[in-house]
Design a protein around this ligand. Structure first.
Ligand code: SF4
Length: 627
């Protein structure tokens, strides 16, 4: 089939790079700007190569909207292939959808619930008992001799389309999806199905039996290093321990051993929070290092050693299993906090120096122990098993950091320039201001405030002002920023509900005004503002990660591993956050937009962000729009 769109500049080179990597079984790490047509530019050669060589494609995404985009491009290609979007049971289970208790379940809990319901249903359908508390959607699926034409008639289906069609037919979408996935040439799935070792087994069930016969595509790849760290970072919170004690009262007759252990752990976490979470500067009082040997010493004080922790872990897992069974009998969500404690303990005794031991308390009322995984390459190791992989994003710079963090084996690194006329976008910075902690005195705050205000009134174009943290945003709001601006103002508050945020965004797009938000949040990453919906971005301060214990541990780890913690742990994520925020401006060829960075340290990022110094940023903004 011919390429479905008129080719865009650089798209041919992009496709040739993909073809080259597929032919030689290599990894390709590439940055290609918004609007470059990278999704189709990757899928088109990948599908052809897969078909010619009897391979399959696994396309992993972080969000559901990315899944839909890939499906749309596959449909546009009109190739004779099958493709399907896949999501976990939390999005696909119709039984959970109609039960408010089940709806709150995690992926693991719904999986457990589903497995029990299916067993009961099969037993009843075989005449081995009455159908009580089974799953009607599974029962209809089980009775099928083949999938209905309403589902198989379409060769390329998104996960949402599968759910809709199954709802109409009273069938379980997850089971149907599994059947479709087994036969599909292209499977589009969330990251977790590849990077979580337990869920990866599902991929094997679906025919990815040898990854060396498959092609991997990672969409919005700039998220992957952090995702890989988070997925391997076990946590034990005071809330979990409190709930584990409640479970013990309800199901295990106040088992003394569990109650004693949970009480001691809870006291220990509170003590660690008191002793080690300290405020060095703004944003650093959310976590602290636990000194080496401290946990072991605390456990020894109670007369326990490593063997006891292993024994506890085993015991907690067994008790947890009993509780899950009891809950299943009562037909409530199979959730066990005791089991969660047991899983944490089994990790506790097995992790090494690639994990930092932290006490963390972000909300202020639920401190936790966390073993923070410092090395993204552990979870990402599976990527090297694929025949070839393509990692794409509009903001992947610096590519070397991505390659090294994930330990990709000799990848090709490519950057494809923006297609949009350069004159349509300008990024400037103000060399006279800074949010550097040491400089942030009253005088500097007043100067920053004056600049923000002047920029807010310099044009009537829709503007987003991104602060480096909610604390910084609130600091300026309490100084009266909101009252001083004579245009509609919208503020993204910390913890704001998605629904309310979306309502405000819609209103902002339609009526115009200024949106105050934080960088690295829901607005600066992932939201689309085409045309005149957003034409000015102001970034207040450089969005360096605050020097929390987690951040220091990461930096020290990369110092040891690559000799440059700053580059890997600070420069790379900061660059990507700025590029993401600036990237909101130009979504289409005719868009114009300007970004102003209010911090002299922006000069350090000239290598990655096309930023120019401006003596008078307000005048520069007026000049840009006058042109
Ligand atoms: S069989 Fe399907 S609908 Fe029934 S519980 Fe499992 S996932 Fe949910």
């Amino acid at each position: 089939m011919p390429f479905p769109y008129p080719p865009r500049p650089f798209q041919q080179q992009l496709m040739e790079s993909v073809q080259h990597c597929l032919r030689y079984g290599k990894h390709l790490v590439m940055q290609a700007a918004t609007g470059s047509g990278k999704t189709i530019g990757v899928l088109y050669p990948a599908v052809r190569y897969a078909k010619q060589n009897g391979m399959r494609i696994l396309y992993v995404t972080r969000t559901n909207s990315q899944q839909r985009q890939a499906i749309r491009e596959l449909q546009a290609m009109q190739e004779d292939i099958t493709a399907v979007g896949f999501q976990g049971r939390t999005n696909m289970c119709l039984l959970a959808e109609e039960n408010p208790d089940f709806r709150t379940g995690s992926a693991g809990e719904i999986s457990r619930l589903c497995s029990t319901r299916k067993k009961r249903t099969i037993r009843a359908l075989r005449g081995e008992g009455k159908l009580k508390n089974g799953c009607p959607y599974f029962a209809s699926f089980y009775r099928l001799s083949e999938l209905p034409a309403a589902i198989t008639g379409e060769k390329i289906l998104s996960a949402e389309e599968v759910v809709q069609r199954c709802r109409d037919k009273h069938l379980c979408p997850y089971e149907v999806n599994k059947q479709l996935v087994k036969k599909a040439t292209v499977v589009i799935a969330p990251y977790v199905y590849l990077f979580d070792a337990a869920l990866r087994e599902k991929l094997v069930e679906w025919g990815f039996t040898s990854f060396d016969r498959s092609i991997l595509v990672v969409d919005e790849a700039h998220n992957l290093p952090q995702y890989c760290r988070d997925i391997l970072s076990p946590r034990l919170s005071v809330y979990m321990l409190t709930m584990a004690m409640e479970e013990t009262r309800e199901y295990l007759e106040d088992n003394e051993e569990i109650m004693t252990f949970c009480t001691l752990m809870r006291d220990l976490i509170d003590e660690l929070k008191r002793d080690y979470i300290v405020r060095v500067e703004e944003g650093t009082d959310t976590d602290g290092f636990i000194p080496p040997g401290k946990l072991a010493a605390a456990v020894r004080r109670c007369g326990w050693g490593r063997a006891d922790i292993e024994r506890f872990s085993q015991r907690f897992l067994e008790y947890g299993e009993l509780i899950l069974e009891a809950k299943e009998k009562r037909d409530i969500l199979p959730r066990s906090y005791i089991r969660g404690v047991g899983r944490f303990l089994s990790d506790w005794v097995n992790l090494d120096e690639r994990w930092a031991k932290l006490v963390v308390d972000e909300s202020g009322d639920n401190p936790r122990l966390e073993y923070y995984c410092l090395d993204a390459s552990i979870a990402a190791a599976i990527v090297n098993e694929f025949h070839a992989s393509v990692h794409m994003s509009g903001t992947l710079t610096p590519l070397e950091e991505y390659r090294d963090s994930l330990a990709l084996r000799s990848p090709e690194l490519r950057t494809f320039p923006s297609l949009f006329p350069k004159k349509n976008r300008k990024i400037i910075y103000d060399p006279t201001v800074s949010t550097r902690y040491q400089n942030l005195n009253d005088q500097m705050l007043a100067r920053l405030e004056e600049r923000i205000l002047a920029l807010c009134t310099a044009t009537r174009h829709n503007m987003a002002v991104f602060f480096s943290s909610y604390a910084m945003l609130n600091r300026f709001l309490t100084r009266g920023l909101r009252l001083a601006v004579d245009r509609p103002i919208y503020v993204e508050q910390q913890g704001m509900r998605q629904r309310k945020l979306m309502q405000d965004i819609e209103s902002f797009k339609k009526k115009g005004g200024i949106f105050f938000s934080v960088i690295g949040g829901r607005i600066s990453e992932g939201m689309d503002f085409p045309s005149q919906q957003l034409e000015m971005v102001v970034i207040v301060g450089i969005p360096y990660p605050p020097p929390t214990a987690r951040q220091q541990a990461l930096r020290a780890y990369y110092d040891r591993k690559f000799g440059s913690g700053w580059r890997y742990a600070v420069e790379a994520p900061t660059t990507r956050k700025m590029l993401q925020a600036v990237g909101r401006l130009i979504r289409e060829e005719s868009d114009r937009g300007m970004a102003v960075i209010l911090d002299e340290r922006a000069a350090r990022f000239k290598k990655y962000v096309e930023v120019e110094e401006a003596e008078d940023v307000v005048q520069a903004v007026k000049d840009f729009w006058r042109e």
